[in-house]
Design a protein around this ligand. Structure first.
Ligand SMILES: NC(=O)c1ccc[n+]([C@@H]2O[C@H](COP(=O)([O-])OP(=O)(O)OC[C@H]3O[C@@H](n4cnc5c(N)ncnc54)[C@H](O)[C@@H]3O)[C@@H](O)[C@H]2O)c1
Length: 251
């Protein structure tokens, strides 16, 4: 039971990697808050999972672009569960567009969810963790596109690169308070985020992973649970790739 007795907040927890992390965290003994903008999906998942593995599973409707909602999320978690111990900062959106065709609005929307949202959630979590006397673990969702570029992902790769380096700085600031901050860097993972990919593009992506397939949401969730747990007690500021070898080099 890696997360026994810990209260874990998962943003974007209604779907894909977030939902898999909710399930794995509950299996490891945590109480979990699903924070998502997708209200009916989040509420339905929480109702389905609450008590199933012994822990509480609550849903708090949250848009990570809204500071007041993010602050209220941590407040409610602390009130209902008795503290904030771990956070998976996972809410994110995709988007493909050549750089010259981006509107300000489309570019800034991706940055606001995928980078600014991670900061808002981490800041609110830190305030609670420090207010509780310190200690805690924050795991941010970065990407292979946090360490390499890819055509048509100007906003997404800029945001994910920002998440990787934000993670390092938060790790330095959190260290003296016992708060560890790490990131996971998924390769292409078979989730609803990839649902619109044409089959030929999907096959091309498979070939880029030396392990010869896309990843699963649970494979990322396993890494998140490890980083959130005390098993990772000497790990902070890391960006753990969960990418089937994608960033290891050319095979
Ligand atoms: N799927 C992949 O191949 C892949 C690869 C690398 C990184 N990632 C990252 O993993 C994370 C999860 O992606 P996924 O593939 O599970 O996608 P997904 O679309 O299945 O889930 C994303 C969740 O985030 C929620 N969300 C979106 N905007 C939000 C907002 N403003 N506030 C709160 N919640 C919001 C959605 O409602 C959804 O439930 C993202 O940060 C994504 O960038 C995914």
């Amino acid at each position: 039971m890696r997360l026994k007795g810990k209260n874990m907040v998962v943003t974007g927890g209604a779907s894909g990697i977030g939902l898999a992390t909710v399930v794995r965290s509950l299996e490891e003994g945590a109480h979990v808050v699903i924070a998502d903008v997708a209200g009916s999906d989040g509420a339905a998942q929480a109702a389905r999972l609450d008590g199933r593995h012994g822990g509480r599973c609550l849903f708090v409707a949250t848009d990570v672009t809204d500071t007041a909602q993010v602050d209220a999320l941590m407040q409610r978690t602390a009130q209902e569960l008795g503290g904030v111990h771990a956070v998976f900062n996972n809410a994110g959106i995709g988007g493909l567009c050549p750089a010259q065709d981006y509107t300000d609005e489309a570019f800034l929307r991706i940055i606001d969810i995928n980078l600014n949202g991670v900061f808002r959630v981490a800041r609110a979590a830190l305030r609670h963790m420090l207010g509780q006397g310190g200690g805690g673990s924050i795991v941010n969702c970065a990407s292979i596109l946090g360490v390499m570029g890819q055509k048509q992902t100007a906003a997404y790769s800029a945001a994910k690169g920002g998440v990787v380096n934000l993670t390092r700085t938060l790790a330095l600031e959190g260290a003296s308070h016992g708060v560890r901050v790490n990131a996971v860097g998924p390769g292409y993972i078979d989730t609803p985020l990839l649902k619109d990919l044409p089959p030929e593009m999907r096959q091309a992506l498979v070939r880029l992973h030396p392990l010869g397939r896309l990843g699963t949401d649970t494979e990322v969730a396993n890494a998140v649970v490890f980083l959130a747990s005390d098993e990772a007690s000497f790990i902070t500021g890391a960006h753990l790739m969960v990418d089937g070898g994608y960033t290891a080099g050319k095979s």
